[in-house]
Write a protein that binds this ligand. Sequence first.
Ligand SMILES: N[C@@H](CCC(=O)N[C@@H](CS)C(=O)NCC(=O)O)C(=O)O
Length: 343
Amino acid sequence: MSTAAVGGDAGNTEYGRKAFKRSRSHFADRITADGRDGWPVEAGRYRLVVSRACPWASRALVSRRLLGLESALSLAVADPIQDDRSWRFTLDPDGRDPVLGIRFLHEAYDKRETGYPGGVSVPAVVDVPSGKLVTNDFQQLTLDLATEWRGLHRPGAPDLYPQARRAEIDEVAQGIYRDVNNGVYRAGFATTQQDYDTAYGDVFRRLDLLSERLRDQRYLVGDTLTEADIRLFTTLVRFDAVYHGHFKCNRNKLEQDPVLWAYVRDLYQTPGFGDTVDFDHIKRHYYVVHTGINPTSIVPAGPDLSGWLTPHRREQLGGRPFGDGTPPGPVPEGEEIPADHRP
Ligand SMILES: N[C@@H](CCC(=O)N[C@@H](CS)C(=O)NCC(=O)O)C(=O)O
């Protein structure tokens, strides 16, 4: 399996000596309370398709848990290893998603647009009655779950995108996206020394700034969990397992930054964050699929995960994780992370 063949992160890379370029999500319809794009928010109508390996999809996994949308928006988890037809439902009986009845996510893309030339990506939201893809716009998806889906939130759901803080959340999130979320990919898929050096510099410059910001405040914006924390979490939780080695972001491991390491453990141990994380899927996806940068596909045995559950002491900084709300309940049956895929 060649890196280019599997598409996605790798497929979005322009090979040759060009810088890594992430393609824009092509399907940007929005599911809204008023249904203005033709897709009204409705319990049970849509299916969220993710890979637990994917940081962009993982944002949606965390939001869905924190907001208590699990019964309103069902979940399909793709195999972390794609083949040349991209994401597939080989973890399900018969290799078929039990609700959509399809074997490959591309079938939902095809139903939406025949001959669509772009890549098939997660997260994807599929309309169950028609089987059509609605959106793969990961940037907008979590914002809509936090706002447009409010009518279906659980009682006690936090406000992850509070009106009064949006400008600050957007600004913080923009730097995180450019330098951290996407910065690690720019480093990992760089094909020139100069591109790699630039990306590596961006990653650690931004991480240093974030570490400084989080030294005396528990969360990134205000004193509660917001969209900004979700976006930083999904990269930090992968950092030592894949980005440090596989993507060569190796100035230091996260574990060596006392502030960020405590911050990410705090989030990991908060219901709705760590209970969505599958380290086995994460490691196997990156190391097996990206044969351009790991030709042997050998998946490293480490790192030791036991530190994730150690006390973080961030509660001493105050903060009210859920604001006036409450933590989410237990993970729904069937969505638990297997014991050997977590610390
Ligand atoms: N939708 C965005 C971002 C989401 C994204 O890149 N997801 C990756 C996984 S982390 C993906 O699904 N790639 C397609 C593939 O690997 O087949 C895009 O098109 O670039």
